[in-house]
Design a protein around this ligand. Structure first.
Ligand SMILES: Nc1ncnc2c1ncn2[C@@H]1O[C@H](COP(=O)(O)OP(=O)(O)O)[C@@H](O)[C@H]1O
Ligand SMILES: [Mg+2]
Length: 243
């Protein structure tokens, strides 16, 4: 497909959303056309599914959870991701199918075979071109999540799972990355937000350049990468259905 599909994965509090926002701003400042989206909740139907899935007061059965994430993903793939990629956009998604392998597979205990079949059904084989796995200890991620939710009434339903659950999820993500080293890049997020952003740019800019989606201005000066983007059609913001 003409565009580039980049997913942001990692346990809650590992820094995905912070880094996705910074990268999107950076790419846009370089003239890039970037679609920012997320799972669950990357479509209008998905937003309703997200609200139900993450409601801390709901008792969602694990099988229901697996299938509702798949329903959210099917809508997202068919209505947002494929059209954007076919139009040549750079798509940044806050979580995608690897999250189901980690959370519903390793976290909840569904077999890898069942999880793969359901992912295949929902995605029709759409796989990210690049997956950034943000990695941080469960203790530090939980501390960051707690700080983030200070002042709010409750965290979401999946945040409130115990440390054993988050440890299984983290380890599953790391083993997915080890199994597919050409697609995954692991980014350790124990440094500052800015240090992590630099690391993300070091990975993503050359990746997009190699795909012809960013062109470096000559000559690149030491320390600051000077790039601009091949002009493309104007994009709409994420979290909505395409026309
Ligand atoms: N490198 C960092 N150092 C310290 N705090 C961070 C860092 N990256 C993110 N945070 C903070 O940690 C919390 C979780 O980050 P967030 O990006 O929301 O993670 P995620 O989307 O993976 O759950 C937020 O409050 C964020 O401001
Ligand atoms: Mg987030």
């Amino acid at each position: 497909m003409a565009g580039t599909f980049i997913t942001f994965e990692g346990i809650d509090g590992s820094g995905k959303s912070t880094q996705l926002r910074l990268l999107a701003n950076f790419l846009r400042s370089e003239g890039g056309e970037v679609l920012v989206t997320r799972e669950p909740g990357g479509t209008s139907v998905g937003l309703r599914l997200r609200a139900a899935l993450l409601d801390a007061l709901e008792q969602v059965d694990p099988l229901t959870e697996l299938l509702v994430f798949a329903a959210d993903r099917a809508q997202h793939v068919r209505r947002v991701l494929r059209p954007a990629l076919e139009a040549g956009q750079t798509v940044l998604s806050d979580r995608y199918a690897d999250a189901t392998k980690a959370y519903q597979g390793a976290g909840r205990g569904f077999s890898a075979e069942l999880v793969s079949e359901i992912i295949q059904l929902a995605t029709e084989g759409l796989t990210p071109d690049l997956t950034l796995l943000f990695d941080l200890s469960v203790t530090e991620s939980s501390a960051r999540t707690r700080r983030r939710s200070e002042g709010k009434q409750t965290g979401d339903r999946l945040d409130s799972e115990d440390a054993g659950f988050h440890t299984r999820v983290r380890e599953a993500y790391l083993s997915l990355a080890a199994r597919e080293p050409e697609r995954f890049r692991v980014v350790t997020t124990n440094g500052s937000v800015d240090e992590t952003h630099e690391r993300v740019k070091e990975i993503v800019v050359p990746f997009l350049e190699a795909r012809g989606q960013i062109v470096s201005r000559e000559p690149a000066t030491a320390g600051s990468r000077d790039t601009h983007r091949v002009p493309q059609r104007e994009s709409h913001a994420g979290l909505e259905e395409p026309p």
